[in-house]
Design a binder for this molecule. Sequence first.
Ligand SMILES: [Zn+2]
Length: 336
Amino acid sequence: MSEKKRKVIPDEFIPEVRSRVITLDNKDYLLQNDAMFTFYERSIGELSPFFLAIRDEKRILGCKCTKCGIVRVPPMVTHCPDCDFAPTQLVEMEQAGKMNTTPPITYFATSLFLDKAPFGRGRVILKGADTALSVMLYTTTGILVPGLIKKGTEVKVIFRDERVGQISDIFCVPTSELTPQQVAKKGLQESELNWEAPKEPEFPKPSKEDLAIYKQSLKEMQALASKMSQSKRARKAIEGWKRSIAVKTKAGEFAMFINNGDFRIEDKKLESPDFIIACEDPKTLLDGLMYKGAITDSVIMKKLWISKNLEFNTIFKLDRLARFLVMEQKEKKAAK
Ligand SMILES: [Zn+2]
């Protein structure tokens, strides 16, 4: 989960040098992309110690009122409004606490947070604090789904490896996913967590009927995949994308390959796939590829599990693949 050096304006937001023609009242006008920009430095002001402690010392600071003793995190006041503005003191906080609400999960993020989704957004009350700190939430067990982190769930603050002094330098994961040593450690970093051992769902033994359904579904998916690979429109959905995916179902396992427009499904097991999809019923995936219900919805509804949270992006592309093929087929029909 390491982050590359980020620019204040991400490259993808900067328009290319390009022009286009618009027609108004039967006259053509040329429009050209251009830019106007201003950069500035923003002071973090009195919250500087809080962000510096995160960035440089992997510590979380709060402020304690010298009169009433209330502890606020982050340390948003230097004087307590409840105590006639008695001064507050900076104090170091514990790095674990309990969620004070059930966090909603963002699956379809704005472009600014696309490389971080899905994530939960919630408020945690750190041990010893009287106020809640807003944090992003993740799981190391695969895709973040509803129910994994709830009101009252104990979570631990994790520090990003590269920190710049922003609140996104930290996030939380459930303490139940950590070893006691990790829970106790202050300044635990993302690279110290085990992101590579997600908990795969277990399926019951397949019946004869399940095996037949599996065989038939696999055949249909393979046929669909070759159609997609031949569709100009569908190829666009997975342009520049490359993934090998192991798909595990109740009655068998197969492989999906996305390779810059090509989409292929093979009846074989993969040794080291980029990630794993597990869905008990292969029809869940087949329906998605047939554009009968979105695969992203199946993930959210917990019918389809993926081993890496950020591969939700790939699932999103599979949905587009299905949609683009259907759109092309409709257009062809209409043109006849
Ligand atoms: Zn006070």
